[in-house]
Design a protein around this ligand. Structure first.
Ligand SMILES: Cc1cc2nc3c(=O)[nH]c(=O)nc-3n(C[C@H](O)[C@H](O)[C@H](O)COP(=O)(O)OP(=O)(O)OC[C@H]3O[C@@H](n4cnc5c(N)ncnc54)[C@H](O)[C@@H]3O)c2cc1C
Length: 431
């Protein structure tokens, strides 16, 4: 059986490494000249920038064991999250639902009263959308000041368009006491899946994919898949080389994969492909003279007047800037397609200056990167569309693994686990 892995991001690298460890040396085809996909970093003039902010959250013992076996675990420093949400021009610790104490009194009142009203009401039906879920769980004030504007900006979708499929693990759900304590500044427990994170003690996040890549004998860089036939079982690389396969693990974005298929897509498959919706993220990385303007690792910005949804200060958690300098990572969510990227970046930078987080005269380095797709939009058609596509591709020998191949919301730890699971399934299938 001929097995191939498409994509040399974290998921594909781990799948390739695990297959090699099981004695199945599958080629891992990566179009770029370096591995790592979204987990890459750029070095420039003494600064190190990640493609976008990438902090590692490890919750499972098998991930720790894997990183340990790669000799990586001891090279990751542990940090206690320092993150804030900025509402009405004031910063309060994240997550806002249990930390409204630093907000303006009238906003705090809205959030607290709304939460208590929602808590006291007992809805008769299950929430049907993200809008209902937020209204019922957090109340009108938190919805209006944070959840709706923030998610509108991030997903470029209305809250009623979004399903609940993604919220479970990522949105902390507080009780009444926690919210009241949070409004009074009494809350000090750590909350959420990302209360602690790890990050390379030296250099950027690329250390992680680079270390896995070194253990993948079949990694082929500059190997872009440009066409593939599921009916005949081959794929073609830019340059014309054809590789036959019986089983392929695809880790590239699901719509991009389908667009490579030369066989005619059945009607329901083509319709499911058209239903997939996403946003891109433009990351504006800045190397700036002087100390960071705030101590946090990152800040969330729900304000619809500001173009960015999040601004990170990565040098607050890693040695990523020359002495006396700092780095800034500004994330702007954009619709897919082409657009005025330079204009968006300039607008974001001007807004950062306007709120006092950037001295334009101190900017030494500026790097723009685009992650596309970045966030899958969890709208209502997503789940049935992905199920249909996954099962059609499985019938044709294609196994999907990773955040964008499976069309979901997940993090680097999941990429590692997804890569491991995909390799395990292939080994099992091959008996
Ligand atoms: C804005 C943002 C912030 C994030 N922050 C965090 C964070 O703080 N912590 C965290 O844990 N996770 C974070 N993530 C998630 C993390 O980036 C992903 O979980 C992880 O990178 C997924 O890796 P992957 O290998 O599945 O996909 P990718 O990294 O996209 O890898 C796919 C690879 O396929 C290659 N490829 C594409 N097309 C072809 C082709 N035709 N032929 C050959 N190769 C091809 C690409 O070049 C790429 O290398 C973030 C994601 C985003 C968008």
């Amino acid at each position: 059986m001929r097995v191939l892995v498409i994509g040399g991001g974290l998921t594909g690298l781990v799948a390739g490494e695990r297959l090699a460890a099981a004695g199945l040396g599958a080629p891992v085809l990566e179009r770029e000249g370096e591995p790592g996909g979204a987990c890459r970093s750029i070095a420039d003039a003494g600064y190190v920038f990640d493609y976008t902010g990438h902090l590692l959250h490890v919750g499972r013992p098998e991930t720790e064991a894997y990183l340990e076996a790669l000799g990586l675990w001891s090279q990751l420093a542990v940090w206690r999250r320092l993150a804030a949400v900025v509402v009405g021009g004031r910063a309060t610790p994240y997550p806002i639902q249990i930390n409204t104490h630093a907000l303006a009194p009238e906003i705090r009142r809205d959030c607290l009263l709304g939460f208590i009203r929602a808590w006291a009401a007992s809805p008769e039906r299950e929430p049907a959308s993200f809008r209902d879920w937020v209204d019922e769980r957090f109340g009108e004030g938190l919805a209006r000041h944070f959840f709706f504007p923030y998610n509108r900006k991030l997903y470029r979708a209305e809250p009623e368009e979004l399903s609940l499929d993604w919220v479970g693990r990522y949105v902390p759900k507080p009780g009444l006491e926690e919210v009241v304590d949070g409004a009074l500044g009494l809350h000090d427990a750590e909350v959420g899946y990302n209360a602690l994170f790890r990050y390379p003690a030296e250099g950027g996040i690329r250390l992680l994919p680079d270390r896995v890549a070194a253990a993948v004998p079949g990694l082929r860089l500059g190997a872009e898949v440009v066409r593939l036939s599921l009916g005949e079982g081959w794929l073609e690389l830019a340059g014309g080389e054809r590789l036959p396969f019986d089983l392929a693990i695809s880790t590239i974005a699901l719509p991009a994969f389908l667009d490579l298929v030369v066989d005619p897509l059945p009607g329901e498959v083509a319709a499911a492909r058209r239903a997939l919706r996403w946003v891109r993220v433009l990351n504006i990385a800045l190397g700036v003279r002087g100390p960071a303007p705030v101590p946090e690792h990152w800040r969330y910005f729900p304000d619809p007047e500001l173009p960015f949804y999040r601004v990170g200060f990565p040098s607050n958690h890693g040695r990523l800037a020359p002495a006396g300098c700092h780095t800034v990572s500004v994330e702007v969510s954009l619709e897919p397609g082409v657009g005025d990227v330079a204009g968006e970046a300039a607008r974001a930078e001007a807004a950062l200056v306007a709120i006092g987080l950037l001295d334009p005269a101190a900017v030494e380095v500026r790097r723009l990167t685009m992650v596309d797709p970045a966030y899958v939009v969890f709208d209502h058609p997503r789940r049935p569309a992905v199920a249909a596509l996954r099962s059609w591709l499985a019938e044709h020998g294609v196994r999907l693994a990773g955040r964008w191949a499976e069309w979901k919301y997940s993090a680097m730890e999941d990429a590692i686990l997804d890569g491991m699971a995909a390799a395990r399934r292939i080994v099992r299938e091959l008996g």
